[in-house]
Design a protein around this ligand. Structure first.
Ligand code: ADP
Ligand code: MG
Length: 314
């Protein structure tokens, strides 16, 4: 019997929505896309982002500290942990139900709270770049800068958002536990929100004020689990060069070298498409037979069957 293809899926913002009710509705569609792949005979591991959710939790916790002098500010690492549990709960709940609805009763679903070590000398700490929270007008962004000392940036022509440091993931602390669960046939949700960023201090792991990009965290997870595919599911069906320009061209198939050339030419927006293409290049370049795919959530199955999406390979 052929070995099952192991796939690490990275879910983007459109798989989870922007509010509590949106997320509850979105995970139902997301669960269908994931179980489609399981029905195709793939072994799936799920990772996900948390941009809107971690922004929402951070705002809620900041409001709590303003109201109650006994409640100090909540570190961003704790906000990421909260987002992992909350998103993990919704995904775990929806996946379990979708599996049962299709008569699949032998695949347990589990969320692993995941810490990821980052390097305290990572240059990202000096240059915040990762958008979190909701979109704002330029005027609202100026108010947030002044009132909360947030650093605000414009995001791919869609509005203004707060940006935080986004260091590279160096080590998945719970990888052993994740591997055991995956190897025993469980459907695992891990590295949520890019993982909880921690720095090593002797035996202690100290939470870092940062949000790791889920595209890089998923790439590391896929490498560590020796996956065949890294699938980054997002809000576009394919990656484009000259994106948003009259000569925009959608790409089907790219070698690592071609992708690197396009990265060098600045075709991919930092904070949105650039980390996806960089993660795809890193994964595809990390071993023989490893392929990365970037496509729409709803097209995951067509993508794995080679019908759509942008594929990056050696
Ligand atoms: P996610 O939440 O899935 O990580 P992002 O919003 O971070 O999604 O990134 C996906 C977005 O990147 C797309 O919706 C698109 O607007 C933008 N984008 C920027 N550059 C490109 C490009 N060259 N090709 C396709 N999409 C691009
Ligand atoms: Mg993103």
């Amino acid at each position: 019997m052929d070995k099952k293809k192991r796939i690490v899926i990275a879910l983007g913002g459109n798989a989870l929505g922007n509010t509590l009710p949106e997320q509850m509705a979105a995970v139902k569609i997301t669960a269908k896309a994931i179980v489609d792949l399981i029905e195709e005979g793939c072994e799936v591991v799920v990772a996900h982002g948390n941009g809107p959710q971690v922004g929402m939790i951070n705002n809620a916790m900041a409001a709590l500290s303003r109201e109650d002098a006994n409640q100090p500010n909540t570190p961003l690492s704790v906000c990421v942990a909260m987002s992992q549990a909350y998103i993990g709960y919704d995904l775990q709940n929806a996946l379990r139900e979708e599996l049962i609805n299709r008569g699949i009763t032998n695949i347990p679903v589990a969320t692993m709270i995941t810490q990821i070590r980052v390097d305290q000398d990572d240059p990202a700490f000096q240059n915040p770049s990762k958008p979190i929270g909701h979109f704002m007008t330029e005027e609202q962004a100026r108010v947030a800068e002044e009132k909360y000392s947030y650093i605000m940036k414009e995001d791919s022509g869609r509005g203004w958002r707060r940006v935080v440091a986004s260091p590279k993931p160096a080590e998945i602390i719970e990888i052993g536990a994740i591997r055991s669960l995956v190897d025993s046939g469980q459907l695992v949700i891990a590295c949520g929100g890019g993982g909880i960023p921690v720095m090593r201090q002797g035996n202690h792991l100290k939470g870092a004020s940062a949000v790791i990009d889920k595209d890089f965290a998923s790439c590391l997870l896929a490498e560590e689990l020796d996956a065949d595919f890294l699938i980054i599911l997002t809000a576009v069906e394919k990656v484009a060069i000259n994106f948003g320009k009259p000569d925009e061209t959608w790409l089907d198939d790219l070698s690592v070298e071609e992708a690197e050339k396009y990265i060098g030419e600045g075709h991919f927006a930092p904070g949105s498409m650039l980390p996806k293409v960089q993660a795809a290049v890193k994964f595809a370049g990390s071993g023989e037979g490893r392929t990365a795919l970037i496509t729409l959530l709803e097209k995951a199955k067509d993508g794995i069957l080679g019908k759509t999406g942008t594929r990056i390979h050696q």
